[in-house]
Ligand binder design. Structure first.
Ligand code: 4AD
Ligand code: MG
Length: 463
C-alpha cells in the first residue's frame, strides 16, 4: 500500500480509497459508542486527519490506550466522506500500530496553548506545534522562492566561505575561530602567537559573503549567496540573532536605482509565491498571531515602495513633532523607532532610504559627489524595520583606498579586494536580505527567535 502524506489525502483523497498514514497523534477522544476519534498530524499541512478506530479493530483493547498525544502511529484503512463538520474526508481504520508511545504524564506539549518562551526551551518538540509546523513550511517556501527568483533571472548561486579573515561590515561583531587551547594559554602566556593557530592568523565566522560575492559578480555576472552569517552583537532584541541566514545578490553594471528596483521586485515576488503555496499557513498566522498580516502583505505586494533620501527622512522625523527615545540628528543612525514611524505611521508602506552619511556606513559603499554621503540603501518594512541593507559599491581604486584608511582597515590584507578595481573595474551593486527578519514580516511573529529552528542569542546556544 502506498503511503500518503496527510496534505495529499485532505486535498485529493477520495471516498473508497485505501491509505496508510504515518504521523503523530494530536488528540484521542473515546466515544461511548465503541470507537475512538484520533487526530493525526504528519507535518505536511496545518490540518490534522481525523481517524476513526472501531473497538472491533484488531488490537484495539490492548493498544488504544497507547494512542496518546505525541505518540507515533501507523494507520491503515479506507477514506470515507466525513459526516462531521470541519473535514471533507476521514479515515476509517482497519489496522493500526503504535510505533513509539509517548508518556502522557511527561509529554511537554499539552493541549493548551504554550508561550513562545516556553516553546523555545523545548526546541526539540516545538516543530510539532501548529505554529512551528506552519513556520517550517513558510521558511521552506521562502527559501525555495528565493532560489527561483534568482535562477529565473540567470543569477549564479555561489558559495562563499563561512570561515574568513576579513570583516566585511567593519562593525567588529566577529566570532573568532581558533584551535588554540584557550584554557592552557590563559595560564601560561600574556601574548598570543597566532602562528600556532590553525590558520596562522586570527580567523572569524563570516558576517557577510558580500566581498567574495563581488569577486564572482566581477567575473561571471550577477550572482547570489544564501547562507548562514554570524554576528556577536550583544543585542538582546526581538530583531537580532547571533546566527542568521542572509541572501546576498551582487550585480555588475548595476547602479543604485537598479539595485532598488531589484530589491523591491524580489520582496514582492517571494511574498506572492508564499501566498500561493502556503495559503493555509498564512491564514493561520493572520488569525492567531497578527490579524493585520493579510493587509500588510497585500499592501507590500500591491504598492510601489516609497523612496527617499536619508536626509529627507531626517527632516520628516524632525518635523513630526514626535518625542523619540533616541534624538533624530543628521549623521546619526536611524533607530528602530524611527524606521517604524516612517513605515507604519508616516508612509504606511515599505520605504527605501538611500544616500546615508558616510560616517555610519561601511568602507565599500560608493561615495557621492557631495563627499558626505554614500550610495547606501536600506529597505524598511512595517513592524520589522530594516529587512534589507545594500549599496552601490565603490569601484574607483583611489577613493576606495582612502575610505579604507579612513575606516581604519588594514589595507594590506584587502589587496585582493582592491585588485578588482585595479583590473577591469565596473560599477556594481548588491544587497543583503536577512532571512529571519523577512520571515518575521511574512508570518507576523513578534520575535525573530521564533523564525529560525534553533535560535542563537547571547547566552543561548542549546540544541
Ligand atoms: O545591513 P547589513 O549589515 O548588510 C550587509 O551585511 C551587507 N554586506 C549586505 C550586502 O550588501 N551584500 O545586513 C543585511 C541584513 C539586514 O538588513 C538585516 O535584515 C539582517 O541582514 N541582519 C540581521 N538579522 C538578524 N540578526 C542580526 N543580528 C542581523 N544583522 C543584520
Ligand atoms: Mg544594515
Amino acid at each position: 500500500m502506498r503511503r500518503q502524506r496527510i496534505a495529499e489525502i485532505l486535498h485529493s483523497g477520495q471516498p473508497g480509497q485505501s491509505v496508510t498514514v504515518l504521523g503523530w497523534v494530536r488528540t484521542r477522544r473515546d466515544s461511548k459508542h465503541g470507537f475512538s476519534f484520533v487526530e493525526v498530524n504528519d507535518g505536511s499541512c496545518l490540518k490534522n486527519l481525523q481517524a476513526i478506530i472501531d473497538a472491533q479493530t484488531p488490537g484495539y483493547a490492548e493498544r488504544i490506550r497507547a494512542v496518546t498525544t505525541g505518540a507515533s502511529v501507523r494507520l491503515e484503512g479506507e477514506l470515507k466522506e466525513s459526516p462531521g463538520k470541519g473535514q471533507r474526508i476521514e479515515l476509517h481504520v482497519r489496522a493500526f500500530d503504535v510505533l513509539g508511545p509517548a508518556d502522557p504524564e511527561t509529554y511537554p506539549l499539552q493541549k493548551k496553548r504554550h508561550s513562545f518562551e516556553f516553546l523555545r526551551e523545548i526546541a526539540h518538540l516545538r516543530p510539532r506545534t501548529n505554529t512551528f509546523g506552519a513556520m517550517t513550511r513558510v521558511r521552506n517556501a521562502v527559501s525555495f522562492a528565493i532560489h527561483e527568483f534568482f535562477q529565473e533571472r540567470g543569477f549564479y548561486y555561489v558559495h562563499t566561505p563561512i570561515i574568513t579573515t576579513s570583516d566585511c561590515e567593519g562593525a567588529g561583531a566577529l566570532f573568532q575561530v581558533t584551535t588554540l587551547d584557550l584554557e592552557k594559554l590563559a595560564r601560561t602566556v600574556t601574548e598570543l602567537d597566532y602562528r600556532h593557530d590553525f590558520f596562522g592568523k586570527p580567523a572569524y565566522l563570516t558576517v557577510s559573503g558580500q566581498l567574495q560575492a563581488e569577486i564572482f559578480a566581477c567575473a561571471v555576472g550577477a550572482c547570489y549567496t544564501f547562507g548562514p552569517t554570524f554576528r556577536a552583537e550583544n543585542s538582546n532584541t526581538t530583531r537580532h540573532l547571533a546566527e542568521f541566514w542572509m541572501v546576498e545578490p551582487e550585480m555588475p553594471f548595476y547602479e543604485l536605482n537598479d539595485n532598488m528596483d531589484l530589491a523591491e521586485e524580489f520582496i514582492k515576488y517571494v511574498i506572492r509565491r508564499v501566498q500561493q503555496r502556503c495559503a493555509d499557513d498564512l491564514e493561520f498566522f493572520n488569525q492567531r498571531i497578527d490579524n493585520t498580516l493579510s493587509d500588510t502583505l497585500a499592501n507590500i505586494t500591491e504598492n510601489r515602495f516609497v523612496r527617499l533620501s536619508y536626509t529627507e527622512a531626517v527632516e520628516i522625523l524632525q518635523r513630526s513633532g514626535r518625542s523619540f527615545e533616541f534624538p533624530v540628528q543628521w549623521g546619526n543612525d536611524l533607530q528602530s523607532e524611527h524606521e517604524r514611524f516612517l513605515t507604519e505611521e508616516h508612509f504606511k508602506a515599505p520605504v527605501i532610504l538611500y544616500d546615508y552619511p558616510r560616517t555610519i556606513k561601511p568602507f565599500y559603499m560608493r561615495l557621492n559627489d557631495d563627499g558626505k554621503t554614500v550610495r547606501a540603501m536600506d529597505v524598511l518594512v512595517p513592524r520589522v524595520g530594516e529587512v534589507i541593507g545594500g549599496s552601490q559599491r565603490e569601484e574607483r581604486l583611489d577613493v576606495l583606498q582612502q575610505r579604507m584608511v579612513e575606516c581604519g582597515l588594514n589595507v594590506e590584507s584587502y589587496q585582493w579586494y582592491l585588485a578588482l578595481r585595479r583590473y577591469g573595474t565596473v560599477p556594481h551593486s548588491g544587497f543583503g536580505l536577512g532571512l529571519e527578519r523577512f520571515i518575521q514580516l511574512i508570518t507576523g511573529m513578534q520575535n525573530i527567535r521564533d523564525c529560525i529552528p534553533f535560535p542563537r542569542t547571547p547566552k543561548h546556544a542549546d540544541f
